[in-house]
Each structure stands twice: as structure tokens, then as C-alpha cells.
Design a protein. Structure first.
Length: 168
């Protein structure tokens, strides 16, 4: 219901104005929650809730990754390997599960592997090193939205599983 203000040439509709204010308050709360989620890392841009680990640092295979990643954006998967006495001639070999490898594009690997081969349902990376421990960083881009579950392990050794949520 519109009415004229007696002293001004302005139409008033108090019912509409109250509904508009209510919608504005809801919008402000939604915006506040989005900013809060982004600050904690729930939008795939890093943050304290996004950082995750699989395994323990003292174990042969330990993985640091981002729990929430964005479609098409770069994310890192850091693999810590301790081959111990298993590394013949200074070669450390680890694998990434095939289903996970199919959901990501590996943009870079540091240090570069000596070789990458497909064995069964996994990709095997070989590194020549004089040390029994090596840290490999894979920079990847997600190829689809949804859950990406993977597994990383030493060839003929232990493995760890992890899961990521790929957002918009």
C-alpha cells in the first residue's frame, strides 16, 4: 500500500520497506558467512581448515595436501618419502593411484622424475637420489568438480589414502 508523505512529494510503502530490509539483512549474513568460510579455507584458496595430512611424518610415506581445491586452479600435493634400505642404487619409486591421476592434470613435479610409467592402475614415478629420504612436490589442476580420492605409496611398500573436495 503506497501513501504520500504529507510534507514531501514521496510515496511510502512501509510493508515493502520492511521486507526489503529483511532481505538485505539475510544478504549481509550470507556475505559474512562466505567471507568467514574463505578466511578458514573452505573455498579452495588455502587456509587453516584446508591444509591436511595423510600419514605421519615419521612413517615411510607422508603426504601434505589441500583438502579443498578449486576447479582449474593450481594446488600442491607434497609427498615425503623415506625409502630406507629399500632403495636399490639410489632409486626411489612411488606411485599415485590411477583414478586420482585421471581427475587431475599434473602441471609440474619438483624435483623432476627420472621416469614416469603406468603400471596397472597407477602412475609410478622414479627418482634417482643419494639420500634415503626425498620430498616431491606435485603442482596440479583439478579436471572436474566433486570428490577426488587418491592414494600414494612406495612401490612394494606402504601407502596412504587421502581425499579432496573440488569446488566450482
Amino acid at each position: 500500500m503506497s501513501r504520500k508523505h504529507p510534507d514531501l512529494d514521496i510515496d511510502e510503502d512501509p510493508t515493502f520497506q520492511e521486507k526489503e530490509w529483511f532481505v538485505q539483512r539475510i544478504g549481509m549474513w550470507v556475505l559474512f558467512l562466505f567471507v568467514l568460510c574463505a578466511a578458514f579455507g573452505l573455498t579452495g584458496m588455502g587456509g587453516p581448515l584446508s591444509a591436511a595430512r595423510a600419514g605421519r611424518p615419521e612413517e615411510p610415506v607422508f603426504v601434505e595436501y589441500e583438502r579443498f581445491v578449486r576447479y582449474g586452479a593450481s594446488s600442491t600435493l607434497t609427498v615425503h618419502l623415506r625409502a630406507g634400505g629399500r632403495a636399490p642404487h639410489g632409486v626411489v619409486r612411488f606411485w599415485v593411484s590411477g583414478p586420482y591421476a585421471a581427475t587431475v592434470h599434473v602441471a609440474s613435479i619438483d624435483p623432476p622424475p627420472q621416469s614416469v610409467v603406468v603400471e596397472g592402475n597407477r602412475q609410478v614415478y622414479s627418482f634417482e637420489t643419494s639420500a634415503s629420504a626425498i620430498v616431491v612436490t606435485l603442482v596440479m589442476e583439478a579436471l572436474r568438480v566433486g570428490t577426488a580420492s587418491g592414494e600414494v605409496g612406495l612401490v612394494d611398500g606402504p601407502s596412504v589414502a587421502f581425499s579432496q573436495l573440488v569446488l566450482f
